[in-house]
Ligand binder design. Structure first.
Ligand code: NAD
Length: 258
């Protein structure tokens, strides 16, 4: 694969599994040095590191950072600069969802979902931008949002609130950060085959109903998402900012308000 990211440094949050792991492997396999962030799964981070090595990818460092903890957020960006000398690309990927009818949703689940999916990208991006401003460098921010930044998801109200929030955060930051040469975009996956969907994958009737709503007739793979992220992080997307790009097999086009 060509080395589009030689000399670039990328942070990928939540890169010990699923989509984040594939993004880390993809960027590194095209020459980026990558900060692998993990929360509670060091084995997964090691697996990411091994996959990158097997792909002949760039340099990696592994940092344990819970993105809901602001000191960890600061340290994650610091480690990129201290150990890899820069940080050009930030992929806000870490995410969680909690299932509950609205009237049963708890404050702690709300705080976890909003903290991980919205507050963390807000302050991680802020720290990323502060460091770029000091260094007078351009940069790329890519948020992994979801079709649910736009499409309802009954029983996942906090997840919808967070992903809807990151849609407007991205639009606002594209305006504020454009003059600094920093682009900001969202990648919105549909149904992707990852651990976050473990219970859906085991529920055949539910899975088949979902597949019937996906024009391309299959779930997405983490690699489907990673290739779009790689495009947005590359020089080919130099003039692209302030939008959401869906990678969902057409699911969102097949969607009607319920
Ligand atoms: P996943 O569960 O494999 O990945 C989530 C990652 O986030 C894990 O590595 C986890 O450790 C990490 N994480 C969670 N809380 C964290 C914290 N506090 N600090 C640091 N890391 C933390 O699932 P995935 O499908 O790969 O999800 C990745 C992103 O894609 C999420 O933002 C999710 O909302 C989004 N997404 C996934 C799908 C899908 O169908 N899989 C669809 C739309 C959007």
């Amino acid at each position: 694969m060509s080395a589009r990211f030689t000399g670039k440094v990328a942070i990928v949050t939540g890169s010990s599994s699923g989509i984040g792991q594939s993004i880390a492997v993809r960027l590194a396999s095209e020459g980026a040095s990558v900060v692998i962030d993990y929360h509670s799964n060091p084995e997964g981070a090691e697996e990411t590191q091994k996959k990158i090595a097997a792909a002949g990818g760039g340099k990696t460092i592994t940092v344990k950072a819970d993105v809901t903890i602001m000191d960890d957020v600061k340290n994650l960006v610091e480690q990129a600069w201290q150990q890899l000398g820069s940080c050009d690309i930030l992929v806000n990927n870490a995410g969680v969802e909690k299932h509950a009818p609205f009237w049963e949703a708890t404050e702690s689940d709300y705080d976890l979902v909003l903290g991980t999916n919205l507050k963390a990208p807000f302050f991680l991006t802020q720290r990323f931008v502060q460091k770029l401003m000091e260094a007078k460098k351009p940069g790329r921010v890519i948020n992994i949002s979801s079709v649910h930044e736009d499409m309802v998801f009954p029983n996942f109200a906090s997840y919808c609130a967070a992903k809807g929030g990151i849609r407007m955060l991205m639009r606002d930051l594209a305006m504020e950060l454009g003059p600094l040469g920093i682009t900001v975009n969202n990648v919105a996956p549909g149904a992707i085959n990852t651990p976050i969907n473990a219970s859906l994958l085991e529920d055949k009737p539910k899975l088949n109903a979902l597949l019937n709503n996906i024009p391309l007739g299959r779930l997405g793979t983490p690699e489907d998402v990673a290739s779009l992220v790689a495009f947005l992080a590359s020089d080919e997307a130099a003039y692209v900012t302030g939008s959401t790009y869906f990678v969902d097999g057409g699911l969102i086009r097949n969607y009607k308000e319920q």
